[in-house]
Design a protein around this ligand. Structure first.
Ligand SMILES: [Zn+2]
Length: 240
């Protein structure tokens, strides 16, 4: 089992807190419940990847994260976990956190409570079968919440709904340059949204994401930024 040293180091490095900042992502979104969108620790960044696992991209992301001692969080689609269970297992074995990104990646906005719960249950099941671990955080597809979602997540005993405050807008195939530019504003305390998968196709092209990571990971490290995954931060919150 390969462990990422950063996974162990971060608890000590980011000693300033680990308390979560909760807030609305957009005006009026308090209607949808409290949502994680930042980390209350200016020395730490949480990088998150959605829509995997993707066999053409995720292994290269994992290699890059290892090379720069970075721990991250992967919000996985249940169907993709069933297709590539070994890859989901490898994410966990390398010390990263896994979150629930639903079974089929629907918009949850107009789904019934039972449909939303079913999407979350089936994704949880796929992840537990593949990795032996239950995901703690969930992220709604497209970032679309529902007035029902927060209550459902809380009733299921999950940590909560995790959004982001910096998006690379990398979901379409594009050259790396605009992705690199959009990440220029990422700082400590931010939760950064990237995609290693593509919910529309099994093996989406994400060369622009890999190139942006190649560019930014060493620069963020040189700037003194440390990295946490969301499970780790939550553990610190409980400990404090
Ligand atoms: Zn997604």
């Amino acid at each position: 089992m390969t462990m990422n040293p950063a996974w162990f180091a971060a608890g000590g490095v980011c000693a300033a807190g680990g308390l979560f900042a909760w807030g609305a992502v957009a005006a009026g979104s308090q209607l949808f419940g409290r949502t994680l969108r930042r980390i209350d620790d200016a020395s730490c960044m949480a990088i998150t990847f959605d829509d995997g696992p993707n066999p053409t991209v995720t292994p290269r992301v994992l290699e890059l994260l290892d090379r720069h001692n970075v721990t991250a969080t992967f919000f996985l689609i249940g169907q993709r976990v069933r297709a590539f269970p070994g890859l989901a297992r490898e994410i966990v074995e390398r010390g990263h956190a896994i979150g629930n990104h639903t079974e089929t990646h629907p918009s949850l906005t107009f789904l019934s409570s039972s449909r939303i719960a079913d999407e979350l249950d089936r994704c949880d099941e796929a992840i537990v079968i593949a990795t032996g671990k239950s995901p703690r955080w969930m992220r709604p597809p497209f970032g679309y919440r529902s007035p029902l979602l927060d209550g459902i997540v809380r009733r299921r005993g999950g940590a909560g709904v995790a959004m982001w405050n910096v998006a690379a807008r990398d979901w379409r195939t594009q050259s790396p340059d605009p992705v690199i530019q959009r990440l220029r504003r990422a700082r400590g305390g931010d939760i950064v949204l990237l995609h290693d998968g593509d919910h529309r196709v099994l093996e989406g092209k994400r060369g622009h994401v890999l190139a942006a990571l190649e560019y930014w990971l060493p620069r963020w490290r040189d700037a003194g930024i440390q990295f946490v995954n969301l499970d780790e931060s939550q553990l610190k919150t409980q400990a404090g």
